[in-house]
Design a protein around this ligand. Structure first.
Ligand SMILES: Nc1nc2c(ncn2[C@@H]2O[C@H](COP(=O)(O)OP(=O)(O)OP(=O)(O)O)[C@@H](O)[C@H]2O)c(=O)[nH]1
Ligand SMILES: [Mg+2]
Length: 422
């Protein structure tokens, strides 16, 4: 064999090896590309998939899965029914889609009875400057002219309102004159009775969704609640706490994130929902029309046979006419699908009489069926309860007593008055 032949054979072998290596490399890169495409497409299933969520979890996160999730085992939850799957398809294609609870370990919200006992104790313990001043005045042996004025000033400072404070003290003084006594203990008892009267002991404070017969007819299901109020009063927090209250009652809840100003607002609502298996209908587009999200939420809550739909809205100042008109539109558009049973105005208890101005404009713009007095655990200027109810004719239905997930309770008039006088 001559040298030329040997070189030829070596070159041939080298060429064959190069061809084999090239073929293997091409095959590997092709495999990588197809796997990547599969992953990409699964990440599009279910909007707002939380970081780190696995594709399987995204499928679990289907709309309608809330019915499976609430009160059921994790394995049930991991197997959405056929209906769940078709819901998922329609939700993903719509402008606002229902996202899923992100966490697998569900919390058990505190029952209504247990939270009332706990929150009553919390209310009576909260530092209440109003109660302390009244206590000091009424601890005297005999009430002088200045003491009466101090009682009135204290009621004013506690946001009871000018008219109500003057009327209350006038009546107390009049009673004292008639009975010929200004015995502080009797005055104190009389004050308690009058405050109770003003706050309203027999007022029906049930949420419309909780009233017997609410949404019994299939066509009226679910009950719809819209949360409104100025910026930062606690709307989203209250929506989340309220969802827990309903879940504790065994109800199926859906929430709608009609605060489309910031994506973070929908994320905040999802975080609340995820803990108790409540799905949130949201738009992934910042600045989407909140009314259209409300419409989609109503449609999807209805399709999912939910008992209650809670729609969160963006905070807005009452003097911004366009934003107030937007609220009216949210209601009208939601009502194309379902009647709105409840509009809850969330008032920050620490804003005092300023809350009145807010309440009036919100009542005109969207209609108010109840007030949530949030942050009553703060400086406890709860007297606004009296003014709001009197001016608007709508009851305070719930009070927020802290940032904890179950720190929301039905308003309890005697506990509230005792809290003031404590
Ligand atoms: N102490 C206390 N804090 C509360 C209560 N309710 C809400 N907060 C706090 O108030 C702050 C604002 O609450 P959000 O629920 O975000 O208020 P929002 O009305 O949705 O705010 P916007 O959507 O920005 O208008 C948060 O830090 C809450 O934790 C309450 O009852 N007590
Ligand atoms: Mg909010």
């Amino acid at each position: 064999m001559d040298t030329t032949m040997i070189i030829g054979i070596v070159l041939l072998v080298a060429l064959v090896i190069a061809a084999v290596v090239a073929a293997v490399l091409v095959d590997r890169s092709h495999k990588r590309r197809t796997t990547g495409e599969r992953n990409d497409s699964s990440s599009r299933i279910g909007p707002a998939k939380p970081a780190g969520q696995q594709p399987e979890a995204a499928a679990t996160a289907a709309p309608g899965a809330s019915s499976a999730a609430i009160g059921q085992s994790q394995s049930d939850e991991a197997r959405p029914s056929q209906a769940d799957r078709s819901d998922l398809a329609s939700a993903a294609s719509g402008p606002a889609a229902m996202s899923a609870p992100a966490e697998r370990v569900m919390e058990t919200p505190e029952s209504a009875g247990s939270r009332i006992t706990r929150l009553k104790a919390k209310l009576s313990k909260s530092s209440n400057p109003f109660g302390r001043v009244l206590f000091n005045i009424l601890a005297k042996d005999h009430l002088s002219e200045t003491d009466w004025e101090d009682v009135e000033d204290t009621l004013l400072l506690a946001d009871v309102g000018a008219d109500a404070s003057a009327k209350l003290v006038d009546e107390l003084r009049n009673d004292a004159r008639v009975t010929g006594t200004s015995d502080p203990v009797q005055v104190r008892d009389a004050l308690r009775a009058k405050l109770l009267d003003l706050v309203g002991v027999d007022t029906d404070r049930r949420l419309n969704a909780d009233k017997p017969g609410a949404a019994e007819s299939a066509s009226l299901q679910p009950s719809v609640i819209i949360m409104v109020g100025v910026n930062g009063t606690g709307k989203t927090t209250t929506a989340g706490k309220l969802a827990r209250l309903f879940v504790a009652e065994g109800k199926k809840v859906v929430m709608g994130a009609a605060d489309t100003f910031r994506a973070a607002a929908a994320d905040q609502l999802e975080t609340w929902g995820a803990k108790v298996g409540v799905n949130v209908v949201r738009s992934d587009k910042d600045g989407a029309d909140p009314a259209s999200v409300a419409f989609d939420a109503a449609q999807q809550a209805k399709d999912a046979n939910a008992d209650v739909l809670i729609i969160d809205t963006a905070g807005r100042l009452q003097n911004k006419a366009n934003l107030m008109n937007e609220l009216g539109k949210i209601r009208r558009v939601a009502e194309k699908v379902l009647p709105v049973d409840e509009v809850l105005l969330v008032l920050d208890a620490t804003t005092g009489q300023n809350g009145m101005a807010q309440a009036k404009v919100f009542a005109e713009a969207i209609g108010i069926t109840g007030v949530v007095l949030s942050k009553l655990d703060g400086s406890a200027k709860g007297g606004i309860v009296i003014a709001v109810q009197k001016e608007l004719g709508v009851p305070v239905k719930l009070v927020g007593l802290g940032e904890g997930p179950d720190d929301l309770a039905p308003f309890d008039a005697p506990a509230f008055v005792d809290g003031i006088l404590a």
